[in-house]
Design a protein around this ligand. Structure first.
Ligand SMILES: NC(=O)c1ccc[n+]([C@@H]2O[C@H](COP(=O)([O-])OP(=O)(O)OC[C@H]3O[C@@H](n4cnc5c(N)ncnc54)[C@H](OP(=O)(O)O)[C@@H]3O)[C@@H](O)[C@H]2O)c1
Length: 246
């Protein structure tokens, strides 16, 4: 893999992905990390000063108009090689459990950040991913073209036996539906698109009771991504590669 762009890299899974990517024995040439407020992303800034492969890009993913200038910036960094991997990690989750307390704005915000943003960012960056895929003689996988939508088991409709969490569940289910359509659209370009559940992870979102540390989750995620093949296109998998029910 020559290049990867990860969203939401000031904390949580996004930040850990950047840490582990630059520590790989063969790190990508370009590691593009998006954050809302670069000045406040201290850990990422420190990592970037020690690793010249890291490019910090500013974007609030709610601002859909900034996707075009972002894709131009990405194009200037990756050049003729295009972009190999887009990992849509940024997301939000609220705890509203009951319909009685649900507000339309909560649904709107979750759909904007968790569904519309990764979809429209993929649309903006797909031309660069297609360039990378067409220039690589590798079989489908990490070093060709890959789009990973960070989903959640809570977005699995068939596994939902406890209910609640309407905005989060619905926005991730919709993202899963989009991943599936996308996978069919990019298949002929040799690009893989999949939905990934990182496990229940100790981050601000996952909370302290989560069984997985962010280091464990991300290390398994990177192992899983490195072993992807064409058959994984359009799948819903978790951090360790296990397939999940839609
Ligand atoms: N942790 C878990 O147990 C778990 C389980 C299943 C799925 N997931 C999924 O994994 C992904 C990462 O989760 P996490 O645990 O790392 O969450 P987290 O620690 O809460 O971090 C969320 C990240 O998303 C960014 N973000 C949120 N809204 C944004 C916006 N409008 N524009 C740009 N960035 C925005 C945040 O940036 P700011 O700091 O600027 O807000 C932050 O970097 C999410 O998609 C989540 O749904 C997590």
């Amino acid at each position: 893999m020559k290049s990867i762009l990860v969203t939401g890299c000031n904390r949580g899974i996004g930040l850990e992905l950047i840490k582990q990517l630059v520590a790989l024995s063969k790190p990508p040439q370009h590691v593009l990390a998006t954050v809302r407020q670069p000045d406040k992303a201290k850990e990422l800034q420190e990592l970037a000063s020690a690793n010249k492969s890291i490019h910090i890009l500013q974007i609030d993913l709610k601002d859909l108009k900034s996707y075009k200038p972002l894709s131009k910036e990405v194009g200037e960094i990756v050049g003729d090689d295009g972009l190999n991997v887009l990992l849509n990690s940024a997301g939000i989750s609220s705890k509203f459990a009951r319909l009685q307390y649900l507000k339309a704005e909560q649904l709107e915000e979750h759909f904007l950040v968790n569904t519309i943003a990764p979809t429209m960012l993929t649309k903006a960056l797909l031309p660069l991913i297609k360039v990378a895929a067409s220039r690589s003689s590798s079989p489908p996988g990490l070093s060709k073209g890959l789009i990973v939508n960070m989903s959640s088991i809570l977005g699995s409709i068939s596994s939902n036996t406890t209910g609640g969490l309407y905005p989060y569940r619905a926005s991730k289910s919709a993202l899963n539906a989009i991943t599936r359509s996308l996978s069919l659209e990019v298949k002929d370009d040799g690009i893989i698109a999949l939905s990934l559940h990182p496990g229940w992870v100790k981050t601000d979102m996952g909370g302290p009771k989560a069984p997985l540390t962010v280091q464990e989750s991300v290390s398994k995620i990177l192992q899983t991504l490195s072993s992807l093949e064409a058959r994984h296109n359009g799948q819903f998998i978790q951090f360790d590669g296990q397939e999940l029910p839609w």
